[in-house]
Design a protein around this ligand. Sequence first.
Ligand SMILES: [Zn+2]
Length: 286
Amino acid sequence: MAKADPGKGGHHRVPDAPDPLPIPVVDNHTHLDIARDGEGAPDVAAAIAAAKAVGVDRLVQIGCDLPGARFTVEMVDRHPAMLGGIALHPNEAPKLAEAGTLDAAYAEIEELAAHPRVRVIGETGLDYYRTGPDGVGVQQDSFRWHIDLAKRTGKALQIHDRDSHDDVLRILEEEGAPDRTVMHCFSGDVSMARTCADRGYYLSFAGTVTFKNARGLRDALSVTPLDRVMVETDAPYLTPAPWRGATNAPYLVPLTVRAMAGVMGVAVPTLCQAVSDNAEAVYGPW
Ligand SMILES: [Zn+2]
């Protein structure tokens, strides 16, 4: 990795590799199909190798539009370190509905989800930040459809929740959540963390937990039980401190893990073992 000054260069600077973790962990949510503006698509084999070199030995690739879902199914066949998750993102479903192609897209997602290395339906959920009131009905219908798909196929569920905590929790309750449900990029407060843990959901924390202004999120992490906690990049977005704003990648997970261990008051190896065990509990071995 090239040395770079964290203060300069926008998202084109390349963060240094962190020190390796003592016990391997899983990046629970990454998008290796997505290129940042002005950058080429990530080299998947190189991204996996760079992650392994610092103790991130496995990852869950999330494809959340049709091209991303097709990419995911192709990649999980090629890379033993990778499992897949597929869905139509809550910001994608309203666009497909408007184009009149949502039902065809559901049919294809359902077909692709039969792949044995697609172990999770996601990310699905609600996003009241990027999609306005016009899209809410479609988002909620789509969320319910994905919950049902996860249950019918016996797969886990990964939830995207942006500015929509109450409706996400309500709809999960109304539909009945799948046995293994993961709040991806958890963004709630202490009380929501407690509710999710009480319901048996998993809480997956991204680089946002390292941000200076994320005190409420760290408080939420501090009440999250070790047997419910997961870690993720959401790459190429949400790069942890001190590289906030640069392009994220799975090899940066150790920065988030070390920050999380500090907040939770546990030793780094303890947290590594927990996030690895939790990933296997949710997705099964791979
Ligand atoms: Zn994502």
